[in-house]
Design a protein around this ligand. Sequence first.
Ligand code: FE2
Ligand code: FE2
Length: 220
Amino acid sequence: MLNSTAGVRKMKIEKNVSYESDGKTYRLYDVTAEDPIQVRVRNHYYTQHQNQTVQFVEEMHKKWLNFDHAKMPILGCLDMLATFLDESDPDVDEANLIHAYQTAEKIRENHPDKPWMHLAGLIHDLGKIMSVWGEHQWAVTGDTYPVGCAPAESIVYGKASFQGNPDVDHEVYGTPMGKYQEKCGLENLMMTWSHDEYMYQVGEPITADPVDRFLGKLDF
Ligand SMILES: [Fe+2]
Ligand SMILES: [Fe+2]
């Protein structure tokens, strides 16, 4: 959630908390649940948290940031997600193509005067195409956070889910500030490799604002 005060943009960070709506519970991340979807989501995040290191993200940058995998229209990319299911999502069980149009249409309903936002809703998950091309889902889907510093307890499943990640015991990356300077700026954070980061990097020449890096988390 963004608001502007005297030219300074402030972001309210909300912890991952479940909530009730329409008689259903959303964003539920239960460590002990036996439900197959909950087990799938938990396995996804534990694997992500154990494997996303600074070194891994650097390797992904070399692999993906040459932008040499394909050149295609947006609608063609959307069609490639027609059968793709996001294993990290406890709430959405439709293919990502449906999720893209549902997101865009809901934004159009709620914000008819903001066409740029409709487009953002339509394309916000296109980075998941990396999994269609064979990338592990733990390196593509789900929430993101910075690497190179100690994980925050507010990350889904908490610090315990990072047990086994070599960066947690690293003399620099394992500290609260890690490899960063205080107030270094969002644009200087190294984020986990994901569909959000990929789309940010694809669009970075035209988005210009580092806050846009986090728009992928604004699922509607
Ligand atoms: Fe997303
Ligand atoms: Fe989404």
